[in-house]
Design a protein around this ligand. Sequence first.
Ligand SMILES: Cc1cc2nc3c(=O)[nH]c(=O)nc-3n(C[C@H](O)[C@H](O)[C@H](O)COP(=O)(O)OP(=O)(O)OC[C@H]3O[C@@H](n4cnc5c(N)ncnc54)[C@H](O)[C@@H]3O)c2cc1C
Length: 335
Amino acid sequence: MRVAIVGGGVVGITTALQLKSELRNSNIEVYGEKYEDIVSYVGAGLFSVGKSFSGPSEEITRNWMNDSYEFYDEIRKSREAARAGVVEISGYMFSEGPTPVRNPWMESVVPSYRRVTEEELKLPGGDWKYGVYFTTIITQCKWYLPWAKRQLEQTGTKFYKRKLYNLNELIDDYDVIMNCAGLGAGELCGDRRMIPLRGQVLKVKAPWLKTFFYGNLDTYIIPGIDGSCTLGGTRNFDSTRMSPCSHETRAIHERCTNLLPSLKNAEVIESVVGLRPHRDGGVRVEVEKISNGLKSATVVHNYGHGGYGICTAPGTAKYAIKLARDAHLNTSSKL
Ligand SMILES: Cc1cc2nc3c(=O)[nH]c(=O)nc-3n(C[C@H](O)[C@H](O)[C@H](O)COP(=O)(O)OP(=O)(O)OC[C@H]3O[C@@H](n4cnc5c(N)ncnc54)[C@H](O)[C@@H]3O)c2cc1C
């Protein structure tokens, strides 16, 4: 199968990796308008989805979660873990109510998940009524993406820096086109459900911190593997402003140091902004046939992961590849 992947972010690169391991003989080429300064590099990469995360059905979403966790956990247990930036981490999620923080997706996928004790509810930062403590994985794209690209290059995958204006541009050269263009998919295939969900975070140095914390108002503290720490955050619906807002920077710092006073001494590295590829109705993983009158190709869309693209990319990639395989076999058998 000759496959083009559109998108050089975590979804595109992970789809390429999964393809290479499942279909060794496939010929893969990746097209990305940009490989740096993309949203995949902004987030901390914590494996944690919200309760509302959803695929086309409960069963498929559960498979996405399980396959994703298994994918990263295998890297974590391998000799490549440090090079790939994949490590285990534990931490707290607190809430002042009115509803408990329990999250069925996370509860069923991570190795340990429990309610916090009365003693732990006394931790600073809020009048905590509920809380959970769990162990999960962090995938830092600063390491993971270059590592994954190296694996792909060693097995013959080619990368092109090019902006596509229409998926038809690839029809003549490929059997299957995987559309992993993130927010860019909105323009590329006219999907008006794609909306930027702006997020701003602060990166600080806090090498002593090994635990993550989540509090109210999108307040979170996530230590990285290199002594840096991501302090968050914000969610601005339909905003495309890429420069950091100084009011938000101050607010994030204040909220996070209330949650964890020891951060007052942490040196601030930078404020960063990213646009989450949010899609009304959930992630799109679907097949479409395109044709230019002379030739047709199978497109498999795989975009719209919102605030959970790093952690769920392996699962949606695996599902997208199954759809591509079925559609391709179907087409070939008709020829
Ligand atoms: C503040 C913040 C914190 C986050 N924290 C987490 C977290 O802890 N855990 C988590 O799982 N997720 C997190 N996320 C979400 C995560 O970053 C995204 O879901 C994920 O990076 C989306 O990846 P992507 O590959 O779809 O998009 P991108 O990284 O944007 O990649 C898209 C690629 O497609 C290319 N492209 C687009 N249009 C075209 C075109 N027309 N032609 C050619 N190429 C094109 C781009 O150049 C790019 O290479 C966070 C996001 C933010 C903003």
